[in-house]
Design a protein around this ligand. Structure first.
Ligand SMILES: Cc1cc2nc3c(=O)[nH]c(=O)nc-3n(C[C@H](O)[C@H](O)[C@H](O)COP(=O)(O)OP(=O)(O)OC[C@H]3O[C@@H](n4cnc5c(N)ncnc54)[C@H](O)[C@@H]3O)c2cc1C
Ligand SMILES: *[C@@H]1O[C@H](CO)[C@@H](O)[C@H](O)[C@H]1NC(C)=O
Ligand SMILES: *[C@@H]1O[C@H](CO)[C@@H](O)[C@H](O)[C@H]1NC(C)=O
Length: 329
C-alpha cells in the first residue's frame, strides 16, 4: 500500500535507487522532490502552496486521514492578532493571515462567521492588563479594537459579568474541517499526493540529503518501542518540511546527522474543553479572560452550529517519549 502510494506519486523526480550497502543497504529507496511530514493544517497549507508553485509534493501522514491531530482539536477561532509581541513575526503573520483566511473562506464558500470577540477584566486590578492588550493590538495593526465599560459589554452580552472589556470585531470562527478539505482538494489538483497510514520513524543524512525512514503505521500499532527499528522504505527528497505538529521536535531528534543544537525545546500541556449542555447559546461573541501562563485562558468558544464550549484548561505534562509519539494512535 505504502509503496503503491509512493509509486503512484511517481512523477518526474522519483526514481528507484539500487541498494547501496551500508546500514540501510537492502532497503528500497526512492527519490522525491518535496516531502511534507504531517497532514495537519500547516502541512496541508504548505503542500498546497508549494504545489501551486510547481513543486511535486508528497505528504506523508501517520494517521488514516488528514487533520486528526491538533488541527481538529482547537477553538477554531480566526484570531485578530492581539496577543503577540509587537514587531514579532507571529504578530505580523497573524494579522496578514487573518485577512487572507477571511478572503479564502469567502471565495470558496467555507463556513465561517466574524462573530467578534470580547476580552474581559473581571476586577479593577486587571484593567491595566486590558489596556496593555489594547496598545499591543494597535501596534500590531489591528485598527478596530475598542475599550468598553463593563455595562456596555454586559448590554451586548447579558450573561456576562465584567468591569471593563476589549472588543475585537475582526475575530471570528471557521469550520476547520471544511477549510482543510478545501486545501487538500486544491493541493491534489496540483499534483500533490497524500500517503496516509504512513509514518516517518526517523532519518539520517547521507550525501548531504536527509534520508527519511518510512514505516507503515499499521506495523507500529502494537506499542513498538524499538528505537533501532529499521525502516521498510527510505525516501530521499530534495526538500523536507517537518510539519509533524506535537511530534515535530521528537521526530527531528531522530534525524541523525542534523545539527541538534538548533532544535527548540518542546513543552507539553494537556487541555480539556467542557461542552455546555444547553440548547440555546447564552452568548453571541467569543468571550475570553485575560491570557494566563500557557494559554489564552479558559474561554467561551462558539461553533457554527451553536454549540458552546468552555476551555481549554492547562495541565503541564512531562511530554511524550519520542517513539510513542507516533505509535500511540
Ligand atoms: C487547545 C488549543 C486551541 C487552539 N485554538 C486555536 C484557535 O482557536 N485558532 C487557531 O488559529 N489556532 C488554534 N490553536 C493552534 C492550532 O490548532 C495549531 O497551531 C495547528 O492545528 C497546528 O497544526 P499542525 O499542522 O502544525 O499540527 P497537527 O494538526 O498536529 O498535524 C500534525 C500531523 O502530523 C502527523 N504526524 C506526526 N508525526 C508524524 C510522523 N512521524 N510521520 C507522519 N506523520 C506524522 C500527525 O498525525 C498529524 O496529523 C489551538 C491549539 C490548541 C492546542
Ligand atoms: C488506513 O488504515 C485504516 C485502518 O487500518 C484503514 O481503514 C484505511 O482504509 C487505510 N487508509 C488508506 C488510505 O490506506
Ligand atoms: C497486533 O496485536 C494484535 C493482537 O495481539 C495482532 O492480532 C496483530 O497481528 C498485531 N499487529 C501487528 C502489526 O503486529
Amino acid at each position: 500500500m505504502l509503496r503503491r502510494a509512493i509509486r503512484s506519486y511517481g512523477g518526474t523526480f522519483a526514481r528507484a535507487i539500487g541498494s547501496a550497502g551500508g546500514a540501510y543497504g537492502g532497503i528500497p529507496k526512492e527519490t522525491a522532490d518535496v516531502v511534507v511530514i504531517g497532514a495537519g493544517v500547516v502541512g496541508i497549507a504548505v503542500a498546497r502552496e508549494l504545489a501551486l508553485r510547481g513543486r511535486e509534493v508528497l505528504v506523508v501522514e501517520a494517521a488514516s486521514t488528514f487533520g486528526t491531530g491538533t488541527s481538529s482539536r482547537n477553538s477554531e477561532v480566526i484570531h485578530a492578532g492581539i496577543y503577540y509581541p509587537p514587531k514579532s513575526l507571529k504578530a505580523s503573520l497573524c494579522v496578514k493571515g487573518r485577512k487572507l483566511l477571511y478572503k479564502y473562506c469567502c471565495e470558496r464558500g467555507i463556513p465561517h462567521r466574524q462573530t467578534g470577540k470580547i476580552i474581559v477584566a473581571t476586577s479593577f486590578a486587571e484593567i491595566p492588563k486590558l489596556e496593555h492588550l489594547l496598545r499591543s493590538g494597535k501596534e500590531n495593526g489591528i485598527e478596530d479594537l475598542r475599550l468598553m465599560e463593563g455595562f456596555q459589554a454586559m448590554q451586548m452580552e447579558p450573561e456576562l459579568q465584567c468591569v471593563k472589556a476589549l472588543l475585537s470585531p475582526s475575530s471570528g470562527i471557521v469550520d476547520s474541517h471544511s477549510f482543510m478539505l478545501s486545501l487538500v482538494g486544491e493541493a491534489e489538483n496540483s499534483r500533490t499526493t497524500f500517503s496516509y497510514n504512513t509514518t516517518v520513524i526517523g532519518g539520517h543524512i547521507e550525501d548531504s540529503f536527509l534520508h527519511l525512514h518510512i514505516y507503515e503505521s499499521k506495523g507500529l500499532q502494537n506499542g513498538t518501542n524499538d528505537a533501532q527499528l529499521l525502516p521498510q522504505f527510505v525516501l530521499i527528497p530534495r526538500l523536507v518540511i517537518n510539519a509533524a505538529g506535537l511530534c515535530a521536535v521528537p521526530l527531528a531528534k531522530r534525524f541523525h546527522g542534523i545539527n541538534q543544537g538548533i532544535l527548540p525545546i518542546a513543552y507539553y500541556a494537556r487541555g480539556c474543553y467542557f461542552t455546555l449542555s444547553k440548547t440555546k447559546t447564552p452568548f453571541s461573541h467569543l468571550i475570553y479572560p485575560l491570557p494566563e501562563d500557557g494559554g489564552l485562558g479558559v474561554h467561551v468558544t462558539l461553533d457554527l452550529i451553536g454549540i458552546v464550549k468552555f476551555g481549554p484548561d492547562v495541565e503541564w505534562i512531562d511530554g511524550v517519549d519520542d517513539i510513542s509519539c507516533f505509535t500511540n494512535r
